[in-house]
Write a protein that binds this ligand. Sequence first.
Ligand SMILES: Cc1cc2nc3c(=O)[nH]c(=O)nc-3n(C[C@H](O)[C@H](O)[C@H](O)COP(=O)(O)OP(=O)(O)OC[C@H]3O[C@@H](n4cnc5c(N)ncnc54)[C@H](O)[C@@H]3O)c2cc1C
Length: 408
Amino acid sequence: MAEFTMDLNDEQKEVRDWLHGFAADVIRPAAAEWDEREETPWPVIQEAAKLGIYSLDFYAQQFFDPSGLGIPMAMEELFWGDAGIALSIVGTGLAAVGVLANGTEEQIGTWIPQMYGDVNDVKVAAFCSSEPDAGSDVAAMRTRAVYDEAKDEWVLNGTKTWATNGGIANVHVVVASVDPELGSKGHASFIVPPSTPGLSQGQKFKKHGIRASHTAEVVLEDVRVPGSCLLGGKDKLDERIARAREKAAKGGERVKNAAMATFEASRPAVGAMAVGTARAAYEEALEYAKTREQFGRPIIDNQGVAFQLADMRTQIDAARLLVWRASWMATTGKKFENAEGSMSKLFASETAKKVTAQAIQILGGNGYTREYPVERMHRDAAIYTIFEGTSEIQRLVIARTLSGMPIR
Ligand SMILES: Cc1cc2nc3c(=O)[nH]c(=O)nc-3n(C[C@H](O)[C@H](O)[C@H](O)COP(=O)(O)OP(=O)(O)OC[C@H]3O[C@@H](n4cnc5c(N)ncnc54)[C@H](O)[C@@H]3O)c2cc1C
């Protein structure tokens, strides 16, 4: 029988320390510069590639850690370094997971290497699902994919928004509707290969935080991709659509909103990113509180400051435990009966927002300036309650799961 333990094994500790070294020595020192430049930090990505951190192999190794803690530990350390740069490093992984989850072996072998490029010519990939009128409500997606049987090609038309690495990616994974009547059940994912005509970058967004990560619209105008670019293949899609039509005709299962239900297993990874940012801000605040003197003593001598730090640390540890539980559940095949994945993302992202704001308060005027990193961390933390499902959507998922009621 498996023993319960909270101890990390030697291998996990080694990986964690190695990543922490990279985050401390390479990511953190570059953070302020790339935040100001609001550009993809290609040299840092290349550095990560040289060490093997920017590669599918690295993610696969962490993903297959039997405890489930490989990915959350990696995310926490990289995002501890800096959220914008870390997202530039792991953003490709989000698109790669889309291919791993739905693609055939051939598609995985063909496209994932092109997503990363090689050490001397690093590339990135983008996952494009959100649209101007389909954010939380993924089922409202308008991008269409129409099959041209004569040429065995799919034709994509629509506008995607908020795509991390959108327009600068070598490979785009695009979610489109093949049958709008079926809502999210009629969606399919497509690879858009490098330099495909008709795909262009729309507006690049100037953001509040994670400014080193490129976020842009992706416009698809009569984008033609070979039949082999439909992830999973046509037979599988046809079967799935036929089943969904049958159910819809019977008036049976309600067509569910994918954003609300299907990300339970991937959400803890975002929670882990939030834990990384929160921990970074907490550590800055703790050090500052121990060294900054007012009224002839360190400010941490005041309970008003010390208790804030106690609460910050407690919440960060609680967030990490929720993230680890959900990651362990995902890896060991436990059923998310209480929306534990959403719980972990909700609590960790709200914690990051709160803790980074408290860190600014503890640093006083300095905390409010760009001379100290907590100002940037606070701006960065605001993303966690928005992407991969907003906090409100997490609460909806949790409440519906717990109650079994169609809460709106
Ligand atoms: C920096 C950044 C990077 C991103 N990267 C990607 C990416 O790589 N790929 C991608 O596809 N998408 C990406 N996104 C999109 C992201 O997932 C969406 O922004 C998110 O899902 C929310 O959608 P929305 O912005 O349209 O907000 P909306 O859905 O319009 O929500 C607005 C507000 O209304 C609330 N709300 C909506 N519906 C309900 C409801 N039923 N009950 C209660 N409250 C509700 C929301 O919680 C929110 O507070 C990214 C976004 C950002 C900002």
